[in-house]
Design a protein around this ligand. Structure first.
Ligand code: DGL
Length: 275
């Protein structure tokens, strides 16, 4: 329980689907005492396919509804496709801290021996000016291969929905991230979509050779804790609350992925233009 007198923060995590749970499970390890809300804009999924104007408008509309209703202390945009585009609009609109999730290019390059790294993301993230700027500023002597997969996040959702997703499907999507060049080969792959760490064991299994997979979740969690402060207790005060825009999230499934109890999913009322 929280020590008397210390307020427990409410943290809202947001993604297009289940991917942001890879960040939530890490954050809950570092702040087990916080109140968590997880929201998915599943009616807009996959974000990787949306044009930039549409995506900004959607995320702002969902946030309007959620922030007004829940008054979170902090929001974590646990989606690379949204964070690489929408953070300036959100920070201008709401007077609360927003933590983003963006491709971990700097730590990937710093740790690479072969200086060949790949960024596995959605087509949206790969196209962003923001991602290009990260490469320009932080890739140093590394060569970066950008791989935007339109199918990988939907395959992850399908596998959690109970559909049979074959190893060959995952193998095909990650293959372009494995590059051989001048007698050397890729040694580091950045998981630059929050869906991908959820199936890391399957990606490892089908990878053409072993690589270091960089999952930004621990760093995002540390950044969030640095904003809200350290834990004041050791237990979650309430089960995870779930919101979505299309179909209510399955509390049992989400609870299993996130490693915490969850309440039945609720729907976010969206303006007619987005329904
Ligand atoms: N989880 C999201 C990300 O980190 C994207 C999935 C989608 O295409 O909606 O980029």
């Amino acid at each position: 329980m929280a020590a008397p007198g210390l307020r427990v923060p409410t943290i809202l995590l947001f993604d297009s689907g289940l991917g942001g749970l890879s960040v939530l499970r890490e954050l809950a390890r570092q702040r087990p005492d916080a109140r968590y809300v997880y929201a998915a804009d599943d009616a807009g999924f996959p974000y990787g396919a949306l044009d930039e104007e549409t995506l900004i408008a959607r995320v702002v509309a969902v946030m309007d509804a959620l922030v007004n209703r829940l008054a979170p202390d902090t929001v974590v945009i646990s989606c690379n496709t949204a964070s690489t585009l929408v953070l300036p609009a959100l920070r201008a609109r709401f007077p609360i801290p927003f933590v983003g999730t963006v491709p971990a290019i700097k730590p990937a390059c710093e740790g690479s021996q072969t200086r060949l790294i790949s960024v596995l993301a959605t087509p949206g993230t790969v196209k962003r000016d923001y991602t290009r700027a990260l490469i320009r500023d932080f890739a140093g002597a590394c060569r970066v291969t950008l791989v935007g997969s339109a199918r990988l996040a939907p395959l992850v959702e399908a596998s959690f929905a109970g559909d049979a997703v074959e190893d060959a499907d995952f193998a095909e999507e990650i293959a372009p991230a494995f590059v051989k060049e001048g007698g050397t080969r890729t040694d580091t792959v950045v998981l630059a979509c929050t869906h991908y760490p959820l199936v890391r064991d399957r990606l490892e299994k089908v990878a053409p050779w072993p690589v270091r997979w960089v999952d930004p979740a621990p760093a995002i969690a540390r950044r969030t804790v640095s904003l809200i402060g350290p834990a004041v207790g050791d237990r979650m005060p309430a089960p995870l609350r779930l919101f979505s825009t299309g179909n209510p999230l399955d509390a049992t499934l989400v609870g299993r992925i996130a490693g915490m109890p969850a309440r039945n999913g609720e729907l976010v009322p969206m303006p007619a233009a987005f329904a």
